[in-house]
Design a protein around this ligand. Structure first.
Ligand code: ASP
Length: 342
């Protein structure tokens, strides 16, 4: 059998920087010279090709347009490669992994995002382990299929479902967590996979959706939020969707102005989704009196989705042209393993 062929895509972020020993500053690293800088990659049981964004970015500058570029890159190269590794800054990696998970429907090959907290040229770097293991995972086969067939994040010895991750630490090597779904694999002396947790799509044909509508308001409620601020956020012209970060299991203050503002928004055909501000657990609309009104007015439940995924899923379903009950039905269904639902 031929060695797996992996496409390594560099988008930017700390991982792609090296420290200039004279000045101490960080500068971007020429990815064409990757194998020269990390000779360990030559020891892997796979062949690697690299591609870089024309202008690599700090991931704080990530945009839906770049998600589209990445999705096209994977689509164009899908038949020539067995797996994809995307090097990405950690700051918005969870958003990008969530977005790509929706945009790449019917995926049966691995797309592994990774990055690092320290540049690849730093003595104490976490980049080498992250990069090498991410490539190894992307190259793993079982029978005649790729073992991983979904969009993941690999960071600090753990493989996660990408759309379940959140960046939790700006300093520790363990920068990500997946509070509502177990990790898919752990790297120790061996790579231990949690095989029953791996996602398998129903379709086997890759379908790439590249319309992501981002005219979305993300509103985090807080005690004392004023009527004026709340109402103004919902009055943005051409608003297409609202994600409300609510308290606990989906609760909001019992205020008539808040209910009216939401009702008016929904009446205009703008979907409103509730996700919890908690790191773990799920929205359960109607569990308390403080969320009953939301059920009556047709607020959509984000269940145990992360905020990052809630946003990406909304952008994706709006891009698919879904409206009204069809939007709600699709939104509340698990499409890529992003919701825990019995
Ligand atoms: N600011 C950087 C980025 O997200 C941090 C990192 O690379 O982890 O691009």
């Amino acid at each position: 059998m031929k060695m797996p062929h992996i496409l390594l895509i560099y988008t930017g972020g700390t991982i792609g920087m090296i420290r200039d020993f004279n000045s101490g500053t960080l500068r971007s690293f020429n990815f064409d010279e990757l194998l020269k800088h990390i000779p360990e990659l030559n020891l892997l049981d796979c062949t690697i090709e690299t591609q870089s964004l024309a202008a690599p970015i700090d991931s704080s500058n990530m945009t839906p347009e770049i998600w589209v570029q990445l999705a096209h890159l994977i689509e164009e190269n899908y038949n020539h490669f067995d797996g994809f590794v995307i090097l990405h800054g950690s700051d918005t990696m969870s958003y990008s992994a969530s977005a790509l998970s929706f945009m790449l429907e019917g995926l049966i090959k691995p797309v592994i995002f990774t990055g690092s907290q320290l540049p690849i040229g730093d003595l104490r770097t976490d980049a080498k382990e992250n990069l090498i293991t991410a490539i190894q995972i992307a190259a793993m086969r079982e029978a005649d299929q790729m073992l991983v067939q979904e969009v993941c994040v690999y960071f600090e010895y753990k493989l996660y479902r990408g759309n379940r991750t959140t960046k939790i630490n700006a300093e520790h090597f363990q920068a990500f967590a997946s509070f509502n779904y177990p990790s898919l694999a752990e790297s120790g002396v061996n790579l231990a996979f949690n095989k029953t947790a791996l996602f398998r799509s129903l379709g086997r044909e890759l379908r790439v959706q590249t319309k992501m509508h981002a005219r979305i308001a993300l509103i985090k409620l807080f005690p004392g939020m004023t009527q004026e601020v709340f109402e103004q956020m919902l009055l943005v012209p051409r608003l297409e969707g609202v994600i409300l970060e609510t308290f606990g299991s989906g609760n909001v203050p019992n205020r008539s102005w808040l209910n009216s503002a939401l009702e008016n928004t929904i009446a205009k055909g703008v979907p409103v989704v509730s996700v919890t501000q908690c790191s773990g657990g799920s929205v359960q609309l109607g569990m308390y009196e403080t969320s009953e009104a939301l059920v009556d007015m047709g607020v959509i439940s984000g269940f145990d989705m992360t905020t990052e995924t809630a946003l990406a899923k909304m952008a994706y379903l709006l891009g698919e042209g879904k409206k009204g009950p069809e939007f709600k039905q699709a939104y509340e269904s698990p499409l890529r393993g992003e919701i825990t639902k019995n």
